[in-house]
Design a protein around this ligand. Structure first.
Ligand code: ADP
Ligand code: MG
Length: 417
């Protein structure tokens, strides 16, 4: 049994966490669901097929329009220890590559669309085991796109003759017309469209000082009868919170890495199937889980970073329906985070301090939360979103800052140097 996506992400690619919609795309592909991923340049599209290629049986066939692009990708994939090859006019080792493909010794095979659509290539694939078709620069399939390549249109019969093999189309640039065209041309269902950009407009962000944790959690639960996740910072805390939520008329389960694997699997399966369950979990829960109808995510304490917060809160509302993300923090969270800094290598301390300061700025701001988040990811948002606590109920002006906020400022600012 191959490793899970989170382990592969760390062990093969050396990344701590998925970025943007990567997790969603990877999860869909591993589940065998056709997908069109629209992600800005630099968002990390390659990983969306490279990781499944390592997680699934069979070779991933990557259709790519340019030999130079293919060879770049090939080099970086090989540097990661991925067994990758290409079949292009610039390659001399065709025989060997074909033999490796048939013998099941390739994770990735790059080809150009004109090669992929030929009869010879199809019969080669029929002798091999294919796990995924990745169609990179998929806008080339559309006449609406800026880069129409007629050969991309010839891919469809190949894809259709391997109907069981999932297809993943990837592009950075697609207006509404082009998107629809890509879906139709490549035979991907409309539900397969995944669009990145960091904004999650259906998530309502709320960030509050913790002044009665169970009461605050209870209020969120009462307002949202659908499934929800409560992130706690320790295994003991998940058990404790789960215990005290019993008797609220909702199924509640804990999830953390200290539970036996079969209990973890059972709890996760129950949550996925449920329409009203509350999972009280450590951050070990959620990676690679595609449950579209999560209606709320509560952080019972400070997350590790803005990136973690974005990813964890982003598990709410993947179906696009309204959802809330509530972060409950205390000044002691910052104190503890600062204490942890002293335990890491000196060269990592600066980064840790910056992470804490960024979280401090997020919880402290009286301005739009979404704007702070999006700016963190390099987007240039409008000053107000109309769907976060501060936009919905502007806080009193700066001189009326709460005691908690003043305390917080003192705490995290002294941590900067
Ligand atoms: P795209 O095809 O969308 O332009 P790439 O796949 O070329 O993006 O990836 C862009 C860069 O982002 C690469 O350097 C890649 O290693 C890096 N990257 C991808 N995923 C992650 C991640 N989860 N965390 C950190 N860096 C990542
Ligand atoms: Mg790319």
């Amino acid at each position: 049994m191959p490793a899970d996506p989170a382990t592969l992400l760390h062990d093969i690619f050396g990344f701590e966490r998925f970025r943007g919609v990567q997790e969603q795309v990877v999860t869909r592909i591993i589940a065998g669901r056709n997908t069109l991923a629209i992600m800005p340049t630099g968002a990390g599209k390659s990983l969306c097929y490279q990781l499944p290629a390592m997680a699934m049986e069979g070779c991933c066939i990557v259709i790519s329009p340019l030999i130079a692009l293919m060879h770049d990708q090939l080099r970086s994939a090989r540097a990661l220890g991925i067994r990758a090859a290409s079949l292009t006019s610039a390659d001399a080792d065709w025989r060997e590559t074909q033999d490796r493909l048939v013998a099941g010794e390739l994770d990735l095979l790059y080809v150009a669309p004109e090669r992929a659509s030929g009869a010879g290539f199809r019969s080669l694939l029929e002798r091999a085991r294919i796990g995924l078709f990745a169609i990179d620069e998929a806008h080339c399939v559309s006449e609406w796109g800026h880069d129409f390549r007629p050969d991309y249109r010839l891919l469809r019969p190949l894809l259709d003759s391997f109907a069981d093999v999932p297809r993943l189309a990837l592009t950075a640039t697609a207006d509404e017309h082009t998107r629809q065209d890509i879906l139709v041309q490549l035979g991907i269902e409309a539900e397969g469209l995944v669009i990145s950009g960091f904004d999650r407009p259906n998530i309502r962000y709320a960030i509050q000082p913790r002044d009665g944790l169970m009461r605050q959690i209870g209020a969120v639960m009462d307002a949202h009868p659908g499934p929800g996740i409560i992130y706690a910072q320790t295994r003991a805390a998940t058990e404790k919170i789960a215990e005290s939520l019993k008797g609220r008329g909702r199924p509640v389960l804990p999830y953390h890495a200290g539970l036996p694997p079969d209990v973890r699997a059972a709890n996760q399966a129950a949550f996925i199937a449920s329409e009203d369950m509350v999972m009280v979990a450590t951050v070990a829960f959620g990676m690679g889980i595609d449950k579209p109808d999560v209606r709320f995510v509560v952080h019972a304490g400070l997350p590790k970073s803005i990136e973690s917060y974005y990813q964890e809160s982003g598990r709410a509302g993947r179906d696009g329906d309204p959802a809330v993300a509530t972060l409950l923090w205390g000044a002691e969270d910052f104190v503890r985070a600062r204490q942890r800094i002293t335990e890491v290598d000196p060269e990592r301390q600066k980064g840790e301090r910056a992470r804490i300061a960024a979280l401090g700025a997020l919880v402290e701001t009286g301005a739009c939360r979404r704007a702070v988040l999006l700016r963190h990811f390099g987007e240039d948002p409008p000053p107000t979103c109309g769907n976060c606590d501060n936009c919905l109920a502007p806080p009193p002006s700066v001189d009326a800052t709460t005691t908690a906020q003043k305390l917080l400022s003192a705490v995290y600012r002294t941590g900067q140097s």
